[in-house]
Design a protein around this ligand. Structure first.
Ligand SMILES: [Zn+2]
Length: 470
């Protein structure tokens, strides 16, 4: 097992190369040991898995490890990650994990871990790594094995959603929803039936962990091509939706084919939440457009910027007692009428609610977001070991500029008079991420040029000129 699988927010790697299925028995022992040291009274763990072919043998190893340690397992089967979260908030068992590699290609798998309804991340994952590598496992002194029960909680989850969105029953907003062969297929078709929604076209709802149609990351036009084509060919459709592989993210496409970024959709959610909670704190990640900040200020919200990453956003939500949070990558966390975790399926219902209440389509609604010249998130591959060096160097360059205002909670976001730029190290890949924004086209070029010159020791100008074109 490669130690690189122990990442910032979860455990993830390529099966056979980085993550060895046979060793997931010990890996589960390490997770349980971590749990037991935090919570000695722990007796039950809920586990879930996505639809990847290797999720099942991993599940078998994990169940054996947990029960060998004398802990009971409730197996909720193949389901979306938010359904695992739902079980932690709605059953007596508040600790558990899911075998999933989210939207990653079929070669990958991994584990997202929760303890007492909270995500386990950062140093906690490194502690699990230490336990795993040193085989410093908890020992079952009684030698009594744990029991295994199966519990299909999906009907309860659907029931919960149906009860909370009575007003959306019989809705007729013609929509194409692409499940991307991910875990969404275990919920979406039954939810549509239960809600009696009319004119919903489903794509790739069969759960297939080989992802034969496209990668299950709906935030790129490439993966949303089928949705784009369906919207073009069926003029009756008003909206497109893509879900990621484990459904903690959802990404909408307007009727005209515009893929709405997470910060723009967050603005729409915020507008609605602020009607009920006028000065609520709203959390967004470091990549968000300054248009979102302007809107939140105008609407009277307490705007809270935080580092990127779903675990860090949840942490910031708790600290600020926020009612809502979201990321550019389309994780949305509702804490006004829901449990505060990221749930792409729940986010669909909240979007339908806005569309129904306003009677407007999404093309029209996103116009509230002030226009600026902006880049999408730009991702450039680099050596893992160079990531921090690059960010630190750019930081030092901008620190010497008198006219810059720097936010350094996650990489560096440099606000200049003519715009802002961001550089940060990805926590999930050997990649360095950028984003730029300005009120004018000239300003956008100016801020890009600032970054290109700051990056001189690491990248040649030609490469960056090409990558930074939008
Ligand atoms: Zn995901």
């Amino acid at each position: 097992m490669k130690s690189s699988i122990f990442r910032e927010y979860d455990i993830r790697g390529i099966i056979g190369k980085e993550l060895d299925i046979n060793e997931t028995y010990d890996l589960a022992k390490a997770i349980v040991t971590y749990y037991k040291r935090q919570k000695p009274e722990l007796k039950d763990i809920t586990i879930a898995r996505d639809g990847r072919p290797h999720s099942e043998p991993i599940r078998d190893n994990i169940v054996k490890a947990i029960t060998d340690l004398g802990i009971n397992v409730t197996d909720i089967g193949i389901c979306p990650t938010p359904v695992l979260y739902f079980s932690l908030f709605n059953t007596d068992i508040t600790t558990g994990f899911i075998i999933t590699a989210s939207h990653n290609p079929k070669e990958y798998n991994g584990i997202k871990i929760c303890l007492d309804k909270k995500s386990v991340w950062g140093k906690q994952i490194q502690e699990i790594r230490r336990i795993y590598e040193e085989k410093d496992f908890y020992k079952n002194s009684s030698e009594k094995k744990g029991q295994v029960v199966s519990h299909n909680i999906i009907p309860e989850y659907i029931e919960y959603l149906a009860n909370h969105f009575e007003h959306l029953k019989n809705l007729d907003i013609p929509t194409v929803i692409d499940c991307g062969n991910g875990a969404g297929g275990t919920v979406i078709p039954d939810l549509i039936k239960k809600m009696n929604w009319k004119n919903i076209k489903l794509l790739f709802e069969e759960v297939d962990g080989n992802f034969p149609n496209h990668e299950a990351d709906p935030t790129t036009y490439k993966n949303m091509q089928d949705v784009t084509d369906t919207l073009k060919s069926d003029k009756n459709l008003q909206l497109g939706i893509g879900l990621d592989g484990d459904c903690d993210r959802m990404s909408p496409m307007t009727k005209s084919g515009y893929l709405v970024p997470g910060d723009q959709l967050l603005a729409l959610y915020a507008q609605k939440v602020l009607k009920d909670f006028p000065d609520a704190a709203i959390v967004f990640d470091i990549k968000a457009s300054s248009s979102l900040i302007e809107l939140l200020k105008k609407w009277g919200a307490k705007d809270c910027i935080c580092p990127s990453g779903h675990s860090l956003v949840k942490e910031a939500m708790l600290q600020n007692n926020a009612k809502l949070a979201g990321e550019l990558s389309c994780h949305f966390f509702f804490n006004d009428r829901y449990f505060g975790y990221d749930d792409g399926i729940y986010a669909i219902l909240r979007l339908f609610e806005i569309l129904k209440e306003t009677g407007k389509d999404l093309d029209e609604l996103v116009k509230v977001f002030p226009y600026k010249y902006r880049s999408p998130e730009i991702r450039i591959e680099c050596e893992e070991s160079d990531k921090i060096k690059i960010v630190d160097h750019v930081k030092s360059v901008f620190a010497t500029k008198d006219d810059s205002d720097l936010i350094t909670i996650d990489g560096i976001r440099a606000q200049m008079k003519y715009g802002w730029g961001l550089v940060r190290a990805s926590n999930t890949q050997a990649v360095i991420c950028f984003r730029f924004e300005s009120d004018t086209a000239d300003g956008l070029q100016h801020i890009k040029n600032d970054f290109i010159s700051a990056l001189k020791p690491f990248f040649n100008k030609k490469t960056l000129d090409k990558q930074f074109v939008i």
